[in-house]
Write a protein that binds this ligand. Structure first.
Ligand code: ADP
Length: 235
């Protein structure tokens, strides 16, 4: 089986200033990888590389050809502009199909059906006509997750998906992501600060500090010196 996405000796940065290097990883269908590390350790930069926003300075990022065709499902960090997005829930969800369709002016029946299916999957079908900016934080994240699923349901890349949510919305979000991963075999790559919860959600951890300090299973991570130091600081 080929990985959905792989990094081989990748370094990334801006205008030739390297901010992360030595990255090797492989993500297969059904994987659940969490990227952790202090602020400024290169996590978001790696995500930008994975979704093709920036090119590696060195090394290779290899995307499965089938996935390339569909584009990767991406849930960005929440910004103030997104929070005020003046559109209905249905419009936000179906806009996830945009990238795939080039410049065709209308959504096809298939795309509309897919948007409906994803709204049902995430329990937001009843609020399709509501204005996005009037929703709670947890509902907004579910809408953006449904949107990301319109791009593909092979791989989702989520940048801090629970930041700013209250504990119950956070638990709901984790449960939805777990369901997509376990039942629908959607591979997940998630950047998160929420280390305590992540250790019971993810299967694999990449701990970055410009370079990978650890890459492996959650159970090995828990036993590692890297996690011990990190968890100590987080307490
Ligand atoms: P993290 O997501 O782990 O907090 P980032 O990937 O955002 O870390 O940042 C890693 C480094 O790259 C930081 O030193 C940051 O200042 C720098 N950086 C991030 N974005 C840019 C950018 N667009 N241009 C130049 N430098 C950037």
């Amino acid at each position: 089986m080929e990985p959905l996405i792989a990094c081989k000796d990748v370094s990334l940065g801006y205008e030739n200033r390297e901010v992360a290097n030595g990255i090797n990883l492989e993500v297969y269908p059904g994987d659940y990888l969490c990227i952790v590390g202090e602020n400024g350790s290169g996590k978001s930069t790696l995500v930008k590389g994975l979704i093709g926003l920036i090119r590696p300075l060195n090394g290779q990022i290899i995307v499965d050809p089938a996935l390339k065709e569909e584009s990767i499902g991406y849930l960005p960090q929440q910004t103030a502009a997104q929070k005020d997005f003046p559109a209905t829930v249905s419009e936000v969800v179906i806009s996830g199909c945009l990238k795939r369709r080039g410049f065709l002016p209308f959504y096809s029946k298939k795309e509309k059906q897919q948007a409906e299916k994803n709204m049902e999957r995430l329990g937001i079908k009843d609020i399709g006509k509501k204005c996005y900016r009037e929703l709670s934080g947890g509902q907004k994240q579910r809408v953006l997750l449904a949107r990301a699923l319109c791009a593909t349901d092979k791989l989702l890349i989520l940048d801090e998906p629970v930041t700013g949510l209250d504990p119950s919305a956070m638990a709901e979000m984790y449960q939805l992501i777990r369901k997509l991963n376990e039942e629908d075999h959607v591979a997940i790559i998630m950047v998160s600060h929420d280390i305590m919860n992540i250790l019971s959600e993810a299967k694999t951890i990449l701990h970055l500090k410009q370079q990978p300090l650890f890459y492996g299973s959650v159970s090995d991570y828990k036993k590692s010196e890297v996690s011990r130091c990190f968890l100590e600081v987080k307490k």
